[in-house]
Structure formats: C-alpha cells, structure tokens
Write a protein that binds this ligand. Structure first.
Ligand code: MLC
Length: 415
C-alpha cells in the first residue's frame, strides 16, 4: 500500500482489567506490555522501540524513558523511545508513529503503551489535574472543564438542529448494549434512555452517564516488521499466510497480524473558541487523509472504533468518518437505538463493539488503544460473542482534549 511497507504489522496486543485497581500507572503499563508481548510471541529483548503516552494519575518526566528504564529496555544501545502527547488521540498517534519507526528508522519491533489510574484518584485531585489542562485563562470553563467544553459543542449542535437532546442520550444506551458482550467492560447492565436523561446533571446538557466512564487500566500494542517476526521466531512466512500456526508465534501474530493501510492526523484549538463553528473540528481532515492513504472509502470499512468520550464526539465522528451523512449523525443514532432495542447481531451495529469510553471504560489517554485492540481482535477473528463475521477492514479514531486533536488509522486483515 502506498506509503507503508507492507510488512509493518500489529503483531501483539494486550490489556489489564479495568476498574479501581489501586496500582501506579507504570505498573499497569508494564503489565499490558507483558501481555502484548506474550500475544505476539516476542520478548522484551526483541523490542528496539517504545512509545508511551503520559499518565494523569502518576505523571513522569519523559514517560517512555521512565517506563523503558523500569522494564529494563534502557539503558541499552539501539533502542529509541518517545513520549507522545496528543491527549486521548495518543494511542492512534503512537500507532502511526510506531509504523513510521519501523518503516523509516529501521526499528524491528515497537511497543505503544498507555496506562492510567484515574479511577483510584479522589474526584477532587482528578478534577484539579483534568481541569488544569483545559482551562482557558481568558475565558475559563466551569469545573469540570472537559464535560463543560463538550457541552458547549453539544449546545451549538442542538441549536443548529442537527441532533436532539434525546439522540445524544441514546449514545450511552447504545454503548451499554455493546459492552454487555465484552467480559472486561465496566458497564454490565444495559442503560435505558430514561435513566440517562434522569441522571445527575454534570453540565447543562450532559448527565453523569454521558461522561467518559473513569477507570484505571493499561493497554499496549506491538508494531513490528513481520519479516523480523518470522525470522526471530523461526517461522516460515508462507505457512502463516496459509494459516498454519507456528508454535512460537503468539495468537495475535498468527495469520500475519494486522496491517496498517493508512493514517491521518489533524489538530484543533486547545480550548473551544468563543464562537463555535466547523473550523474547530479536525476529525474530518484526519479521516480524509487516512482514507486517501489507504485508497479506500467509508463503505469499504467493516468495523469502526469511534471516540465517544461524550455523545457529541461520537455523533460528529459518525459523520466525519462517513458512517452517517453530514448533519445526519443524530438520526443515525436514533435508528440504531431502535434497531438494537431487541436481540441484534454484532454485524447489525459494528461500531465500538467493546462498548467505547462510555461503557467499556476510560482510563484518561488509554481508551483509543481499546479501539485499536478491539479492531485487531475482530480482524483476527478472535472477538468471541462480539465477532463481526468476515470483518476485513477497520477504522479507529482517537480524539484528544476538547476536539483538540484527531488521529485516524485504517487497519486490515492481511491478504
Ligand atoms: C460514571 N459512572 C458511570 C459512568 N460514569 N456509570 C455508567 N456509565 C458512565 N458513563 C458511575 C461510576 O462508575 C461511579 O459508580 C459513579 O457513576 C460515580 O462516578 P464518578 O466518576 O466516581 O463520579 P464523580 O466522582 O462525582 O465524578 C463525576 C465526573 C467525573 C463527571 C466529574 O466522572 C468526570 O470528570 N468524568 C469525565 C472524565 C473525563 O473528562 N475524561 C476525559 C474525556 S475527554 P460507583 O459504582 O463506582 O459509585 C477525552 C480526550 C482526552 O477522552 O484527551 O482525554
């Protein structure tokens, strides 16, 4: 595919459970890294690159250097580590950067790691830190700043008439239905629309159940040159393509892993501007770049992992990624709400099959990694009760800040 060495693959992925785990973020990161390595068949000594995104609960100067030192990857020659901060877009930015490292810096295998423990923080400390990152010194948002920032965008969209209050509240209902099929999801019972609308108000148009569900958790993917993986594990690439598993390949690497077909990124303002208009949004541009690089169209995608920290983010993502027509995201949600109100198959609603930030769980900058991992599980045919039959291509989207950064990647099963 243009721009990408075809041998750049996601060959491993892993995550910790989610919840109030009462462990430092770096411990969660290390645990996720170990699980991802085990799923690939590679070992720590095979890594020559590591990317980490910062943690809110346990911040470290140069997070990636801190983690690499903690696990014993540093000090060592020929290892490159980087900390990337594009907020919640970080894992997808990290995935694209890891692919670049394999493609152009001759790295063999790069881990992309994220972990945080924001559920174990008391609410006051959490909000002090979360608000500090998003408080515009000129026109400060009320606390909690992030929900209020998204609420302003929701208000603008409501005034434009492209979405209704009820349609926004249907988003967590949809996510709760999806989460029931994932054993690690935090939400274990489906929400009703009435429940969401009746929940305690956090901002004027945002109830508690419409906020990213705070959690602790770590997650990791391994991006590698698949020829290196084959050589390293003494594996014949042809047998992988023929579906014959080598005993030394981990389950995520069997069948050749997952291919990155294209990616795109774009940025918006750190704080919502005084007058909100289309100019502040960047997902459209990031998605267009990803589609262009992959030479695909939205109708070629079988599965989407769309950032849903608040319902308005999800509704806009549906439109930006071509799932719903421009201005039609709200109506699309309503139709899906109806369609999934009784028994439905994963293929009927192949979006956030794990439950998204609203229902699977949201450890600060980690959740876009769950979109990537879910896409890999689906493309590898390992998604169990959530499996979308025959899924071949997936789009994943990570959003940072209050629509401040967008990163989109298109992934595929190798052919
Ligand atoms: C919370 N609860 C939910 C839920 N959210 N249950 C179901 N669905 C949801 N979406 C439950 C909790 O599990 C908990 O249950 C109870 O409600 C109280 O939640 P809490 O979070 O402990 O409440 P509180 O301490 O009062 O704080 C409320 C809050 C905070 C809204 C101020 O949760 C918050 O700020 N959330 C948003 C987090 C956020 O902004 N993330 C970043 C999104 S932006 P129990 O049983 O344990 O009592 C982004 C981009 C980026 O992602 O760059 O980061």
């Amino acid at each position: 595919m243009p721009g990408f060495r075809s041998t750049v693959r996601i060959v491993g992925y892993g995550m910790t459970p989610l919840g109030k785990l009462r462990q430092p973020a770096s411990v969660l990161m290390q645990s996720a890294l170990e699980k991802a390595l085990a799923s690939s068949g590679l070992q720590l000594k095979d890594l020559d690159g590591l990317i980490a995104v910062p943690s809110l609960s346990h911040p470290h100067f140069m997070e990636a250097h801190f983690l690499a030192t903690k696990v014993g990857l540093l000090p060592q020659k020929n290892v490159t580590v980087r900390t990337l901060d594009t907020g919640g877009a970080g894992p997808v930015t990290g995935l694209l950067e890891a692919a670049r490292m394999v493609r152009t810096e001759r790295c063999h295998a790069v881990a992309v790691v994220a972990g945080d423990a924001v559920a174990s923080m008391d609410t006051r400390s959490f909000l002090e830190r979360a608000d500090a990152g998003c408080r515009d010194p000129v026109a400060p948002l009320p606390s909690p700043c992030i929900p209020h920032g998204y609420d302003r965008v929701a208000q603008w969209q409501l005034e434009m008439g492209s979405v209704t209050r009820e349609q926004l509240a249907m988003v967590p209902v949809l996510m709760s239905r999806q989460a029931l099929r994932h054993p690690l999801a935090l939400t274990r019972v489906p929400l009703s629309l009435d429940e969401v609308l009746a929940a305690e108000s956090i901002a004027p148009r945002t109830g508690r159940l419409e906020c990213a569900r705070r959690a602790d958790g770590g997650a990791c993917v391994i991006v590698a040159d698949s020829e290196f993986v084959d050589r390293r594990l003494g594996h014949d690439a042809r047998s992988s393509r023929d579906g014959i598993a080598s005993p030394s390949l981990g389950p995520a690497a069997r069948g050749g892993g997952v291919v990155l077909l294209g990616g795109g990124e774009a940025s918006g303002p750190l704080y919502p501007p005084p007058v909100i208009d289309e100019a502040m949004f960047s997902c459209e541009q990031a998605a267009a770049s990803a589609f262009s690089e992959a030479q695909l169209l939205p109708q070629d995608i079988d599965l989407f992992g769309l950032y849903d920290c608040f319902p308005i983010c999800f509704v806009r993502a549906l439109e930006a990624c071509g799932v719903a027509p421009r201005g039609g995201g709200g109506a699309w949600v309503e139709e899906m709400h109806e369609r999934t109100s009784s028994t439905y198959a994963p293929a009927d609603f192949p979006i956030n099959t794990h439950g998204g930030l609203l229902a699977f769980g949201a450890p600060w900058e980690v959740p876009a990694m769950y979109n990537i991992i879910e896409a890999c599980a689906q493309l590898n045919g390992m998604a169990g009760a959530r499996q979308v039959p025959g899924a071949r291509r997936a789009l994943v989207y990570g959003n940072g800040g209050i629509f401040s950064h967008s990163a989109v990647a298109i992934l595929a099963k190798p052919v």
